[in-house]
Design a protein around this ligand. Sequence first.
Ligand code: WT7
Length: 635
Amino acid sequence: MSKKTKSNAGNGMYYPEESVVKRAHIKDYDSLYKESITNREEFWAKEAEKLFWYKKWDKVMDDSKRPFFKWFTGGKTNVIANAIDRHLESETKNKLAIIWEGEPGDKRTFSYFALNREVSKFANVLKAMGANKGDIITIYMPQIPEILIAMLACAKIGAAHSVVYGGFSVEALAERIADAHSRFLITADGGFRRGKPTNLKKIADEAMRRSPTIDICITVKRTGEECYMENDRDFWWHDLMGMPIASPVCPTEKTDAEDPLFILYTSGTTGKPKGLVHTHGGYSVYTATTFKYVFDIKPADRWWCAADPGWITGHSYIVYAPLINGATIMLYEGAPNHPYPNRWWQIIEKYGINIFYTSPTAIRGLMRYGASWADKHDLSSLRLMGSVGEPINPEAWKWYYEVIGKNRCPIMDTWWQTETGGFMITPLPVTPLKPGSATKPFFGNEVAVVDDSGKEVPAGTEGNLVIKNIWPGMARTILGDPDRYVEKYWKRYEEQCYYLTGDSAKMDEDGYVWIIGRNDDVMKVSGYRLGSAEIESALVSHPAVTEAAAIGLPDSLKGNIIHATVILKDGFSASDELTNELKKHVDNEIGPIARPAFIVYTDSLPKTRSGKIMRRVLKARALGQDEGDLSTLDE
Ligand code: WT7
């Protein structure tokens, strides 16, 4: 029987066990933290020196063109030099880099040696097909090893990848391909999800029709479902990898520290997703350092981040940081509850996972099935656990801590964003925990909760969360739209030069940060970030709809669920059939994650005199609450 959850001091705090502290890389957070913010550049230089550089940097940090900051300028490296090449010179060479399990139960593993061979082969294929440094290659794939191989091969040749989450649909993919002017698309016929094959290639075909920049599309055969292959455009991965062009020897491109490693699109407040640009140098240093200290990674560890590689969580903490640290990565293709709700716990037991990282929404989803599914399995290999994506409610935290971690495994509640590249506010294994708080800033970071004028608010008061400093993993710009980058993140507190996170938060008397949620028109549905405007433009692209407004309503399972209000064009009338059709239409344009839970019909939307939809009013109406200050309403 497991002991009851401790809050071992009786004051709501959870202290780590002796054994956790004893083996932790960092035993004293406070003193190193102080040093890291007093001598920020020295701190990062020291961490950067632990990595391999073809040429050392001239300057750690360059703020001459603020807010377009640069890190390790003049330095030459490539994330691959650290994530793969360096390991071939050490005992890590024959260690497992990837353990993969498909949803149907098929398995594949890759040592670092094998991973290098596959990445080099695919890098040579890309070069032979005409890809170069400077290209942005779009990747749209299921959770199979080839998605990692494709990403790493792009990095190796100095091309940037733009991974589009495999759960997205036609319009979301098409507009990302168009924005990046991608000439190459790497995809698969499909993947397996809850026992059924998905049809990625079909979606890709339609997206390529809408965005005709793609010259070459390479498709992995995963499900074996039939798919359309166009002459001179479509190639099978396995055909190319079997040709002499796929030589297993490929030199790694010596990229500049500031060369782009990848573009990753995320939702903002306007309809058009933002392509955030991350670089080889600073991103390698930041993700590797945060991963090592927060998840306390050691050579014998098996690490499982149960996110999709298509999100920043996957980029930073499935792919790059673990490989740079020479860790063994678990990758699983399918759903956590297929065929039964013990699938994840079974995987932890079977492969002896030591550190496990997931989202509050997944925990809440599995919690519903009860503890008995987890109790069937020996989870004693676990040492540390993590949470990311949205605030974790204390009930879910406690369930995770007791039922999965057996009151032994500290939970690293990591707060960060696509924009930040890596963890910003997070415990370390030695940090006393308060369930629901992401605790304190990572080394080098100073955070504050401020009012609209930039003044820090008193402890316990809600305000805007800002970062007061810069850090190596920060996104450098928005692809093709530097003005929007300035506007979105730096304009608000220009004078103080604070980075605006878009989140509201509170800080308590102990300096612990409590995230409340987004305070812009961005919602978090099952941890996925979606903008009101994207859902609205998907709805408006349906022939029956003239105007739409989407808001997020609180939901105990998903965090937010989507509520849409639509105005129909003349000649159309509301019906259950139309509601279903509109939901399907959103599935088809953006993806099932964006499907509204509710659609209501109206003749007019509450707007300000300048014509902006007052989503706040819609939200109050949907929740039956007071509509608040209506002085700017134009009705
Ligand atoms: C937004 C960023 C970074 C990886 C996944 C999300 C919310 C993220 C936490 C956390 C409370 C969190 C914030 C943030 N968020 N982690 N531990 N506690 N909220 O990346 O899709 O760019 O979303 O996710 O609201 O702004 P993203």
